[in-house]
Design a protein around this ligand. Structure first.
Ligand SMILES: C[S@@+](CC[C@H](N)C(=O)[O-])C[C@H]1O[C@@H](n2cnc3c(N)ncnc32)[C@H](O)[C@@H]1O
Length: 323
């Protein structure tokens, strides 16, 4: 390199300077400029994730302050996604193939870290998967596995019944049974989406005698064989407080004495929230630990039977109610 050569400013450093100069009202324009630049360069690299996250957070702040309209941001997101990001996780999340966010296919794609084949799209998927929320989803599968381990510890021959509420792809069940063939654990899986049931049935076909599937809306029907463990992840964070309490009560009623209900819910600490809500139109009921405790009490749980835990990201909380 010549000593006389002028260092050229990396485009993203230039973007950073622009952020400092502009006020919040231009946050959508800034995000647009950044996204276009990243699209032109073949997608975000890991060292650019923080910049993109910051742009999203700034935009989130202006939406919360009602300076920018969320609907306008979503219209923008649909536009840029359909023009440049078709086939990415971002496009799939926004596309809502089954009519709602968080369907079994997206969840399965998160578990299996699916990425587009095309290099310029793949980098967007790597960015998607790197975020706190998909990590929390993968961590909750591990959390369920640990729960199953603790419920089956020392009872290799005694049958354990587990109710999996809104079971989605049932990859969690599939993986645990494959790793623990010696345990007599029987799963009842309920989901309202027939495609989820079909996919999960296929995945669990090698051990079909251990897993029964119910294609039902859990707000209307629950199997009631009596369970040592009742588990639900990725459902309660879509429910209003009223439905939360109604369903938790119903789950407690089908849990055996000495057993427990464990319900996942995203916490109010979710660093991916702006990305999810503004680019993915993926809106959840984020709840604090105190709020979860209040709802459990409202469902009739004894105060000393309630415990709240979380996975390593601290994004997905788990409300435990012992029976
Ligand atoms: C985000 S996924 C979670 C899947 C799975 N629990 C997991 O964590 O891998 C949510 C699932 O809930 C199902 N679902 C949503 N509302 C439901 C309801 N009222 N009754 C039964 N299933 C429901 C959806 O069909 C979807 O498969």
């Amino acid at each position: 390199m010549s000593y006389n050569s002028q260092p050229t400013m990396p485009p993203l450093a230039l973007q950073e300077r622009l952020y400092e100069r502009r006020g919040g009202v231009e946050s959508l324009v800034q995000l647009d400029e950044l996204l276009r630049e990243l699209i032109a360069s073949g997608g975000p690299m890991p060292h650019e994730y923080a910049l993109l996250n910051r742009a999203l957070r700034q935009l989130g702040d202006t939406v919360r302050a009602k300076v920018v309209n969320r609907e306008d941001v979503l219209a923008y997101s649909h536009d840029i996604t359909s023009r440049h990001l078709e086939g990415t996780m971002q496009a799939r999340a926004l596309g809502k193939k089954y009519g709602y966010s968080g369907d079994f296919e997206i969840i399965e794609a998160i578990y299996t870290l699916q990425t587009a084949q095309e290099p310029h799209l793949r980098r967007w998927d790597l960015y998607f998967h790197s975020q706190a929320a998909p990590n929390a989803v993968r961590n909750r599968k591990a959390y369920f596995h640990q729960l199953l381990n603790s419920h089956t510890a020392g009872r290799a021959k005694a049958p354990v019944r587990v109710l999996n509420v809104a079971s989605g792809p049932a990859r969690d069940v599939h993986e645990w049974v494959l790793d623990n063939p010696e345990h007599e654990v029987f799963f009842d899986c309920v989901d309202a989406e027939i495609h989820a049931i079909e996919c999960a049935k296929k995945m669990c076909a090698p051990f079909a005698r251990r897993v029964e599937f119910y294609h039902r809306n859990v707000l209307r029907f629950l199997p009631s064989k009596g369970y040592e463990l009742v588990w639900s992840a990725g459902l309660f964070d879509y429910l209003t407080d009223r439905s939360f309490v109604f369903l938790l009560k119903a789950l407690m009623a089908v849990t055996k004495r000495g057993g427990e209900v464990v319900v996942g819910n995203f916490s109010d600490f979710n660093p991916s929230r702006d990305y999810m809500e503004l680019l993915g139109d993926w809106v959840l009921q984020h709840r604090t630990r105190d709020h979860l405790r209040e709802l459990a009490l409202a469902a009739g749980a004894e105060s000393d039977a309630i415990d709240i835990q979380w996975e390593p990201e601290g994004v997905n909380l788990f409300l435990h109610v012992r029976r």
